[in-house]
Structure formats: structure tokens, C-alpha cells
Design a protein around this ligand. Structure first.
Ligand code: PLP
Length: 384
């Protein structure tokens, strides 16, 4: 049996007629950048998030960049985030002249540890960026409590969390602003690059609109220097089609997560990364922690199962951040997790027999018996 990590071809096969029709309509209309498709998508995505407004931009990275700039980040400011993320979270902070200060993550969820925040705040701190990694909301109540007490803003990196819920609130509605990515592999993925910013603040959203369009509110009249950070009409049209399925796809991911939990419950060597209490993850990724991770990964690969690592090297240990002089051991939870994490196949079209096969193969590696519901594994054990 082959189990890919992600199967966009399966998703697109079911939508091919609609996607092709949308492509034809955009080509015939010849409005390729901005226009009615983009505006319609912005309205529909804001409604999906229960957000007051959304602005479509060219990527999740630009969504973060424009949100940071709309909060007024300037050189000398400090912003607190986590080292357990993708570099896009920090790139735009540094590029806007701010300094990044990391705090470690919680051992069970691997998301921002609110208890570490107070000690990281200095007189130059302006904001906090929790990352809803793996599709699971960070523990926003204590994070927002500390932010309020110190007069700091919060921006959600919701790139992996379209539709995730924390205590009744959707990702994208909890911070002053939030950034989403529609990179093809995300829960809602374009057929290319795309992103969006959400906020309840119309003024900040207007500023993001200006930033994405070379700093102009009116064509060729530039109030500021901005960026070319617009959303393509073609991507907006594709995203509108997929957005109608997103709730159902997220539900399928949650069901798959339930099945993984059940079928892996016998495997004491496999620890499943937890959801934040009071939250409902949309399982962009299903992450477990295992000893001998690289050997486990090879074994699964030899049995036709593809896996991922999110992420193999924490941000503070990247060459790009050498100059921050953050020694190994600075963020022990993040560093410990990086050696053990393994992202198992997760996508809405993943079948129950595939999930059972992945779980049975993991259990087999650790010398246990395949669970009763799993197919019998007859192939030879990896000699390694
Ligand atoms: C994907 C991702 C981004 C960046 O989004 P792009 O659309 O690839 O620019 C930012 N943060 C996190 C956590 C992501 O997973």
C-alpha cells in the first residue's frame, strides 16, 4: 500500500470541472489582478472566519509582513514569538527592523507557552505573535491577558489554521490582526501562491490594501512606498471553489485524527501532540513524537508511507539567526521536540484503511502487535 503525505491530485480530481470553468471565466474576463473575484473571495473568507474583514494578498508571508507593518512596527521594536515555526513568522519582523525575541513552547501542544511571556517582555516590546501551528490554536486567553496587561498587540500566525476554533472563537478573530496562507498544501490551498489578512479594524485593513498596491489608495498617487503584494483573480476564483468544501474537509481531517488516536493508543512509544484545551484543531498536520525518529521515518518510507518534519531545525538554531547568539539549550522544549516529531500522512481524502496501515506499521516498528482492526502486515521487518 502506498500512503502519500498529502494528495492534492485526489482533491483536484473531484473539482476539475469547476476549477477549469473558473479558469475559463477569468481568462475570458481578462481581469487578472484584483477585481470582482478577489473582492468576492475576501467577503467569503471573512465570513468563513467570522471576521469583520479580510484582504487578499500574494502569500502568507506577505500577509504577516503587511499585518506587522499595519501595527506600526519600526526599527528598535521587539516582538515575541516562538522558535517552533516556519521562518516566515520571523522574516518580516526582522525585515521591518524589529528584533525577534523567542519564548519556548508547551511540552504537550508545542505551541507558545504563555508562562514564559512575562520574563521576555522589555520596555521595547510592542507585540506578541502566537503561531497556531499544525492547525491548533495557541492558548490565546492567557496570551491575550498578558498582552493587555502590558499594552501589547497580538497578531495570529494562522497560516496553518483556517477554520480552527478556540473557546468558540475562530482563528483570525482573536488578535488585532491575523495572517493566513493559501500555499497549495495548506488546508485551504490555491493553485499557486496566495494569502490573506483578517481584522476587525477597518483602518488597518485599508492600510494593508494600500501596502499590497504600492502604497496607493488611488491609482498612481502613492501615499507611501508599498509592495506588489496583490492576490491574483485566478487564485481567488480557485479559492472560492475550495472554500465551499473547507468545513467538510476540516471535519474529515478531524475524523482522521480521531482514528489515528484510537489506532495508536496501544503504541506507548508514540506520543501524539495534543490539542490546546478548549480548542478544536483543523489538523493541518498530525504530529507524533517518537524515539529514534529518523529510523522510524525510514521504516515507514520502506513500507510506502511518506511523512514530513515540521520542523527539523528550530528557528533560533537556523544559520539565518546565528547572529542572535542563542545557544543550543536556550529553548529545551522546542529543541527536544525537533528531534522526535514526525508528521504522519494527513489530508481529507486519506482512507480509513490507509490510516490503519500507517498505525499498524508504526506499532510494528516498536515491536508491538498490529491492532485488531489493522490489516495484517506480512512484509519483512526492516533489517536495520
Ligand atoms: C505556510 C506558512 C507561512 C507562510 O505562508 P506562505 O503562503 O508560504 O508565504 C507562515 N507561517 C506558517 C506557520 C506557515 O505554515
Amino acid at each position: 500500500m502506498q500512503v502519500p503525505f498529502l494528495d492534492l491530485k485526489a482533491q483536484h480530481a473531484a473539482l476539475e470541472g469547476e476549477l477549469t470553468e473558473a479558469f475559463r471565466a477569468v481568462v475570458r474576463g481578462a481581469a487578472f489582478v484584483g477585481g470582482p473575484e478577489v473582492e468576492a473571495f475576501e467577503r467569503e473568507f471573512a465570513a468563513f472566519c467570522h471576521a469583520d474583514g479580510a484582504v487578499g494578498v500574494s502569500s502568507g508571508t506577505d500577509a504577516l509582513r503587511f499585518a506587522y507593518l499595519a501595527m506600526g512596527i519600526k526599527p528598535g521594536d521587539e516582538v515575541i514569538t516562538v522558535p517552533n515555526s516556519f521562518i516566515a513568522t520571523t522574516e518580516a519582523l526582522t525585515q521591518a527592523g524589529a528584533s525577534v525575541r523567542f519564548v519556548d513552547v508547551l511540552p504537550d501542544t508545542l505551541l507558545m507557552d504563555p508562562r514564559q511571556l512575562a520574563a521576555a517582555i522589555t520596555p521595547r516590546t510592542v507585540g506578541i505573535v502566537p503561531v497556531h501551528l499544525y492547525g491548533t490554536p495557541a492558548d490565546m486567553d492567557p496570551i491575550q491577558g498578558i498582552a493587555r496587561a502590558h499594552g501589547l498587540w497580538v497578531i495570529e500566525d494562522a497560516a496553518q489554521a483556517q477554520g480552527a476554533v478556540y473557546k468558540g472563537r475562530r482563528a483570525g478573530t482573536m488578535g488585532a490582526m491575523a495572517a493566513f496562507s493559501f500555499y497549495p498544501g495548506k488546508n485551504l490551498g490555491a493553485c499557486g501562491e496566495a494569502g490573506a489578512v483578517t481584522s476587525a479594524d477597518a483602518g488597518r485593513l485599508a492600510f494593508v490594501r494600500k501596502l499590497r498596491e504600492h502604497g496607493q489608495a488611488q491609482k498612481y498617487y502613492h501615499d507611501i512606498e508599498g509592495y506588489n503584494g496583490r492576490l491574483d483573480a485566478l487564485q481567488a476564483a480557485f479559492l472560492r471553489i475550495k472554500l465551499r468544501r473547507l468545513e467538510q474537509w476540516n471535519q474529515a481531517r478531524r475524523s482522521i485524527a480521531v482514528q489515528y488516536r484510537e489506532s495508536l493508543s496501544a503504541a506507548s512509544d508514540v506520543r501524539i501532540v495534543a490539542e490546546t484545551p478548549g480548542s478544536s484543531s483543523v489538523y493541518h498536520l498530525f504530529v507524533v513524537r517518537v524515539p529514534e525518529r529518523d529510523r522510524v521515518r525510514e521504516f515507514l518510507q520502506s513500507r510506502g508511507i511518506a511523512t514530513g518534519l515540521h520542523y527539523p531545525l528550530p528557528l533560533h538554531q537556523q544559520v539565518a539567526y546565528q547572529h542572535l547568539h542563542l545557544a543550543a539549550g536556550a529553548f529545551p522544549v522546542t529543541e527536544g521536540a525537533a528531534a522526535e516529531i514526525l508528521s504522519l500522512p494527513m489530508y481529507p481524502e486519506l482512507r480509513a484503511d490507509q490510516v490503519d496501515y500507517v498505525s499498524a506499521t508504526l506499532i510494528e516498528f516498536f515491536g508491538g502487535l498490529p491492532s485488531r482492526s489493522a490489516p495484517r502486515v506480512t512484509k519483512q521487518l526492516n533489517p536495520a
